[in-house]
Design a protein around this ligand. Structure first.
Ligand SMILES: [Fe+2]
Ligand SMILES: [Fe+2]
Length: 303
């Protein structure tokens, strides 16, 4: 595939960025709970007309908190996956080894950042918000799949981060600047990860027949189904967090509307934006046009 990504260039970009957790969170860098955290395209709180402005902002902040928690979760499977991918070829291309280890190191840093964020969020927000997990169980379930399926899931996640930041977060002036800064710093490093994922997918697909490639694609879809099940559970947690944080009891009809709007909002955030990303589709197509067609046949469900 003619993308021009190399381990050497990814490593050089990554070394030029290199932020530290303590530079972007803690001390005077506080969340502003008078502002929304998530762009409306992902939060979709305006689609719940029975909520007042304050309730919408609270739900938006719950979704923002969970957004970073879910990244913390998925990065717990990306970290061992990247290490396992690097390990068998430690004697090979030095740039490859260093770029993959830097990638793993950055994900370990992101996991720590998101944990610290969650503590700060809960302190300021005042209500505990449950999140799906535990991370080890989710990582174990995902890593039990075909490595090509896992690599495609990782590719999906990291291009999705790009799209979220560039298309919806960067120019949204309503969002809390501190929350936005965390997303920006995360995005800066994910740019390199998405390129390295592309190289990982290519190396894992090498030498496979079309049938074997499609097996990997089916496992990517299975992992997507597993994540979708997690999102259904997360919407129930968010509903409960919302009621506890606001003291408002929704009627049964309002709860049903909450569930349907928020499930679709979550599906678009975590599944649709990755499955319809042009770079993900281009990589799938480079493996076999059938792979792209298969994903395009199911992605409308997640819009
Ligand atoms: Fe990350
Ligand atoms: Fe990443």
């Amino acid at each position: 595939m003619n993308h021009g990504y190399t381990y050497q260039a990814a490593l050089a970009s990554s070394e030029a960025i290199n932020w530290r957790i303590e530079d972007i969170i803690g001390g005077t860098k506080r969340l502003d709970f008078s502002k929304p955290f998530m762009p409306e395209t992902f939060a979709r709180v305006d689609k719940l007309p029975f909520l007042n402005d304050e309730e919408k902002r609270i739900l938006n902040q719950i979704r923002g908190n969970i957004y970073l928690c879910i990244f913390g979760l998925v990065e717990e499977f990306i970290l061992p996956f990247v290490l396992d991918h690097a390990r068998p070829q430690l004697q090979g291309d030095d740039y490859r080894v260093r770029a993959l280890l830097k990638f793993a190191c950055e994900e370990a840093k992101h996991i720590q950042l998101f944990k610290q964020f969650r503590r700060e969020f809960e302190e300021g927000f005042g209500t505990d918000c449950a999140v799906i997990g535990p991370p080890e169980a989710i990582a174990q379930a995902i890593l039990a799949h075909d490595p090509l399926g896992v690599a495609l899931t990782t590719l999906h996640i990291e291009w999705m981060v790009q799209r979220h930041y560039v298309d919806s977060i960067k120019d949204d002036q309503e969002l809390d600047p501190q929350f936005k800064s965390l997303l920006r710093h995360h995005w800066l490093e994910e740019v390199q990860h998405a390129k390295l994922d592309t190289l990982m997918v290519e190396s894992l697909a090498q030498g496979r027949t079309e049938e074997e490639i499609m097996k990997g694609v089916e496992e990517y879809i299975e992992i997507g189904g597993f994540i979708d099940g997690g999102l259904k559970q997360q919407v129930e947690f968010d509903l409960d967090s919302f009621e506890r944080a606001t003291g408002r009891k929704l009627t049964d009809a309002e709860k049903d509307e909450f569930r349907s709007v928020q499930l679709q909002a979550n599906r678009w955030t975590y599944l649709g934006t990755g499955m319809t990303h042009e770079k993900v589709l281009a990589t799938l197509e480079s493996l076999t046009p059938k792979a792209r067609q298969r994903i395009e046949s199911i992605s409308p469900v997640f819009s």
